[in-house]
Design a protein around this ligand. Sequence first.
Ligand code: BG6
Length: 475
Amino acid sequence: MSEVTFPEGFLWGGALAANQSEGSYLAGGKGLTTVDMIPHGAHRMPVKLGQEKRFALRSDEYYPSHDAIDFYRRYKDDIALMAEMGFTVFRTSIAWSRIYPQGDELTPNAEGIAFYRSLFEECQKYGITPLVTLCHFDVPMHLVTEYGSWRNRKMIEFFSRYARTCFEEFNGLVKYWLTFNEINILLHSPFSGAGLVFEPGENPEQVKYQAAHHELVASALVTKIAHEINPENQVGCMLAGGNFYPWSCKPEDVWAALEKDRENLFFIDVQARGAYPSYAARVFREKGVEIAMEPEDAATLRHTVDFVSFSYYASRCASAEMNEQNSSAANVVKSLTNPHVKRSDWGWGIDPLGLRITMNMMYDRYQKPLFLVENGLGARDEINADGEINDDYRISYLKEHIQAMGEAIADGIPLMGYTTWGCIDLVAASTGEMSKRYGFVYVDRDDKGNGSLERIRKKSFWWYKQVIASNGRNL
Ligand code: BG6
């Protein structure tokens, strides 16, 4: 392995999302969102996947997003911890329903704007650049119940009004924006991904791809608006990344892996290249999908993103014989279990070379700067008798992935920065657990919501601090 060299000005930091960290789910006039309806426990997956329609909260369920890690009230202390590690970038999301509580109002909620202005000013105080996701899975519930969420074209208008408000209100404080977090997750987890639930007898593929069309048009439209409001704004798309490997060199397996990659890359193909890819027509035909489009949509889609961001946790694997029984989901996308890679406590593959492979594929395909905005190891942490958390396993995961990133940079790929996922422990999106921890900072809270919420620096905190201080040289 060659020596890892990161360019001057490379952005180092970490990432959170509003729905997994803020809590205070009704404070300051905030409206309910899709994620607020997803309980911890047995009903979580059916609700999350849109299989069980739940449009009302139940008193016998525990909802982890409602309090999360209390970032809404503790953000100043938490940002101070990030500054202590030397972060130059902090990725978070704005909760759409703090700015437009119902989603379809004509005027925004001043309290929501004030909260995020204060948060971004706090970042500015420490020289930390915010990287802001406009929608990280949390669609206002009113838009789900009244309009059917993204299946409805009116969502383009609601989302662009919301995005315009953010670009105007936070102009000068935020210049890096992402439109939809892991846009491809819409296919795999329709309710948490896009607020979709299906009616009996309808073709879910039709609903999903029509919703995807609306999101893609909305994403392109707000990219245009962002550039008009301030030419310094840079807008990215966001992929739940990780290449599919063929199970074997059998041509049928290679083709299966290519098709699985296309299923996810379809979204980024549109956002980065400005038009539907050539393979889309056949995919739609075979799935019985007909997309309703307006004449102006093709021109709107040509407003492509400035950079391509992505999450990477693990590579994936596919064969021609892959089916529901022999595959399982790591980060929602189904995959065969690759016997050649190690696994985390939650069964997610650990494959640093897969990161280099994924980055090379993406850059070859899009020729746009990349930004790795999520990466990390979800693990159980123990506090020892001295009150310390010695998370060497996390350090070694991150070290290997940073080395792979360095190799990809040496391969000639412009990488803007790196934000590790859950830099402060937060609620896991898939399981709703607190015990699946990613952070450099431990949060005293358990899966049932007990705990003081106290923050404790882990061993990885000190390690990451010197990684940043050395611009990636001291791993
Ligand atoms: C990504 C999401 O899918 O993976 C995050 O953007 C999520 O919201 C992360 O938290 C890790 O997944 P999990 O289920 O371990 O939280």
